[in-house]
Design a protein around this ligand. Structure first.
Ligand code: NAP
Length: 261
């Protein structure tokens, strides 16, 4: 039976609440994807990140159904592949079929399509949302200039920009630029992008009795960055979700911020 636990959420306009810790599923497929997502849901995750490109939407849909949770309790994100620009309706309808749901919680443009297609693609995502196929829509791997272009053209900013984030990539000014526009930053590859053997992280982790990976994930959350770590291992899936029993002080945050190259 899945356990219930309050996970902090971030508001996406007036349309949805997104749990600030989600489960990443890139490179998980077949039985491994199904089992990892079942484990994550059993441990209390209520946010799953997938993409058409990952080829695991069917396994994720099955894991959510088999978890015994109501569909409304799990926040599901999927993404439009760059090469499917121009075939948006067909792509989301297929994702919904695979996931076995009528509506995803967040649909993202995975990578910006060619310059001529940027605005047209964004209009198609808004249209899918207005048809009720996605509760909210956003982008991934978009620059601020690209976000400003699609916002100017449609009057609607993306709810989220999913971009790589980790201590070595930290940029306070890039965070501010999203924040000024009311866009939630969702960081990907938080662990892969970090040297988990870094002595700064090791020392902070030891002080709090946690792992360097947990320190890195907590640091993101304290910067109001949504995290979606991936693991195929139940022990790590559990540890990556166990982030609220400690906090980092200002000095520790500054030390980790200073890892930016
Ligand atoms: P990640 O979550 O930072 O790292 C995953 C790697 O770290 C795996 O090799 C995993 O191995 C290992 N790991 C997991 N937990 C660990 C821990 N506690 N200690 C040590 N190692 C640990 O990287 P990611 O998968 O690239 O990013 C997360 C998610 O973001 C993806 O799964 C995907 O959903 C999304 N994403 C989006 C984009 C995009 O373009 N929008 C691009 C990349 C990723 P094990 O599985 O063996 O534990």
């Amino acid at each position: 039976m899945a356990q219930t636990r309050e996970i902090p959420t971030v508001r996406l306009g007036d349309r949805a609440l997104m749990p600030v810790v989600g489960f990443g599923t890139w490179r998980l497929s077949g039985r491994e994807a199904y089992e990892a997502v079942r484990a994550a849901l059993d441990l209390g995750y209520r946010h799953i990140d997938t993409a058409t490109m990952y080829g695991n939407e069917a396994e994720i849909g099955r894991a959510v159904r088999d978890s015994g949770l109501d569909r409304g309790e799990v926040f599901i994100t999927t993404k439009l592949p760059q090469g499917n620009a121009g075939r948006e309706a067909e792509t989301i309808e297929r994702s919904l079929r695979e996931l076995g749901t009528d509506c995803v919680d967040l649909w993202l443009v995975h990578w910006p399509p060619g310059p001529g297609a940027l605005v047209r693609t964004w209009r198609e995502l808004l249209a899918a949302r207005d048809r009720g196929l996605a509760r909210t829509v956003g982008v991934s791997n978009h620059s601020i200039a690209q976000i400003d272009e699609i916002t100017r053209a449609t009057g609607e900013a993306p709810a989220v920009n999913q971009i790589p984030w980790s201590p070595p990539r930290h940029s306070a000014s890039l965070l501010d630029r999203h924040r000024e526009r009311g866009i939630v930053v969702e960081g990907y590859s938080p662990l892969k992008g970090t040297d988990l053997d870094d002595p700064v992280l090791a020392e902070i982790a030891e002080r709090h009795g946690v792992t360097p990976a947990q320190v890195v994930l907590r640091w993101h959350l304290l910067h109001d960055i949504v995290v979606i770590p991936k693991s195929a291992r139940p022990d790590r899936i559990a540890a990556n979700f166990d982030l609220f029993g400690f906090a980092l002080d200002e000095e520790e945050m500054a030390q980790i911020d200073a890892m930016a190259g």
